[in-house]
Design a binder for this molecule. Structure first.
Ligand code: PLP
Length: 496
């Protein structure tokens, strides 16, 4: 399996190369040249396997320059029970036709761990395969969860350094606490004066600066990315769609071969795109429901075909979805245009220069046949948390609640009662203040982040993730704040 750029102007590369580089040289994203297909018998066979072996099955299709043994070592190390518990991605049945896929049992209590625990293993092996001798500097722009998950994955990984930028007022208390207490010889964390899009733009500019890359190359550094623009971030996410499907069959909710829907709380379009790849690979997914918060640029796009980032940016209680430029949409466009890289490059150019683009009506039709878009406001999000807790005794975080509520809107509009899996992307404890607020029984919420954890625990009996409690004892190691236009300088002066 080889990889090409969505913008068509780079060489065809191996998966090791795509993972090492992160972003293609022409500014595009690496995509597989063709999509491998899995037969229903292969999918059914996953049923009897643990998550790690399901992962080997899927990864083997894409990472063809890795041996099966290598991939097995990578996934066994990444999804070890010490890190994820017995099942990294359990499917919990909440009602008759709805299951919740809990993707937050990893070290940082958000779904980013599913990919970012694996990526360092894939990356260090990819570096060896490509003969790269430079130190690989991972640059991360984060809306909160990627930063911590990447830090946790890359801390003290030989041959790498990691630098994270987060919007200083755009993440939750707990998210910030997780990042600024991160230990490791090779880690650096900066708050920036700006929002996530500013951080992401800054990182993309550094990647796009070829003069800088050349200069640093001679000094022994290459940049790479742990954001979902990196193929190595995306491919591990395809696995859990298959895993959820076979678990739904196992639980007797569907028969093998039946259609299924997934609803995904979406920000950068990475998670839901992985579901789209699963569908192209032969998993019988009927609809992918793209759930947004008040930053509803994707809902508008799916409904109208116009992607317009020129709009107000809202800070919401689901901050990991506070994004106006969803990078991975570029990969979807590549597929729906039948790999027309010139057209994709043109759309992306318009987005950069004018702040908007409109896709052809044929492209839009194809998108609408696969995706449904809905958005959910703050009140609805909280209402869903409270109601689902009281109806089913199931406690959701704010992001998961956006997805749940979007599913209700979809069912109301379409009367489609297909069995549906809600992707749950964070532990409710990661956003304890908003979750408490949603469960409000008139009592004031706790005065600090840790008091809130205990309060939520007392109210619900749901176990507090031990690593989150332990944060209270950890010293703050990273205090620097930089201006959004000084990110390059921050990188240059902090290379190890
Ligand atoms: C990152 C994140 C999302 C959005 O995922 P994308 O792949 O960026 O669409 C949703 N929920 C949580 C909790 C996240 O951390």
């Amino acid at each position: 399996m080889l990889y090409v750029s969505t913008r068509g102007k780079t060489d065809i590369v191996s998966s090791a190369h795509a993972i090492t580089r992160g972003l293609a040289g022409d500014g595009g994203l690496f995509v597989p040249q063709s999509i491998p297909v899995m037969r229903m018998t292969d999918i059914k066979a996953m049923s009897g396997k643990p998550y790690t072996e399901r992962a080997v099955d899927v990864l083997l299709q894409y990472l063809t320059d890795f041996s099966e043994d290598e991939l097995r070592q990578c996934v066994n190390a990444a999804y070890a029970p010490e890190k994820f518990g017995a099942d990294p991605a359990p499917l919990v049945q909440v009602n008759e036709n709805t299951g919740v896929l809990e993707l937050w049992h990893g070290p940082t209590s958000a779904f980013k761990d599913m990919a970012l625990q694996l990526l360092p293993h894939l990356l260090t092996r990819s570096i060896r395969k490509t003969g790269e001798t430079n130190k690989v500097v991972i640059l991360v722009a984060t809306s909160g969860d990627t930063g911590k998950a990447a830090l946790e994955g890359f801390a003290d990984v030989e041959g790498t350094q990691i630098i994270v930028f987060y919007p200083k007022d755009g993440v939750s208390d707990m998210q910030k606490r997780q990042m600024i207490t991160q230990a490791g010889k090779n880690v650096k964390v900066f708050g920036i004066e700006g929002n996530f899009d500013d951080a992401q733009r800054g990182v993309k500019e550094i990647f796009g600066n070829t003069a800088l890359a050349t200069a640093l190359g001679t000094k022994g550094y290459s940049f790479s990315s742990a954001n979902s623009i990196n193929w190595g971030r995306l491919v591990p996410q395809i696995v859990y769609y298959f895993s959820a499907y076979v678990d739904a069959v196992k639980a007797g909710r569907i028969e093998a071969g039946d259609g299924i829907n997934f609803v995904v709380p979406t920000g950068n379009f990475g998670n839901i795109l992985a579901g789209y790849y699963a569908k192209l690979m032969g998993l019988p997914i009927e609809r992918l429901l793209c759930a947004s918060n008040s930053n509803n640029v994707l809902t508008d796009f799916i409904n109208t075909g116009t992607y317009d980032k020129r709009r107000e940016f809202y800070k919401t209680i689901s901050p990991s979805m506070d994004i106006l430029v969803s990078s991975n949409l570029e990969r979807l466009l590549y597929n729906v245009t039948d790999c027309d890289s010139a057209r994709v490059a043109e759309y992306m150019k318009q987005l950069n220069t004018e702040g908007a683009y409109k896709v052809d009506s044929d492209d839009l039709k194809r998108i609408q046949s696969e995706f449904f878009g809905a958005w959910v406001d703050e009140l609805e999000t909280k209402e869903a948390i409270g109601r689902i807790y009281s109806d089913y005794h199931y406690l959701m975080d704010t992001h998961t609640a956006v997805a749940w509520r979007a599913l209700e809107k979809y069912r109301f509009l379409t009367s489609d009662e297909t069995y549906t899996v809600v992707l749950s992307t964070a532990s409710p404890y990661k956003f304890a203040d908003s979750v408490l607020d949603a469960l409000d029984d008139g009592q004031p919420a706790g005065s600090d982040a840790f008091a809130e954890l205990h309060e939520l625990n007392e109210k619900t009996g749901v176990e507090i993730p031990p690593r989150m409690l332990a944060l209270q004892e950890l010293p703050v190691l990273h205090k620097e704040i930089v201006a959004a236009d000084k990110m390059e300088l921050a990188v240059m002066t902090n290379l190890l």
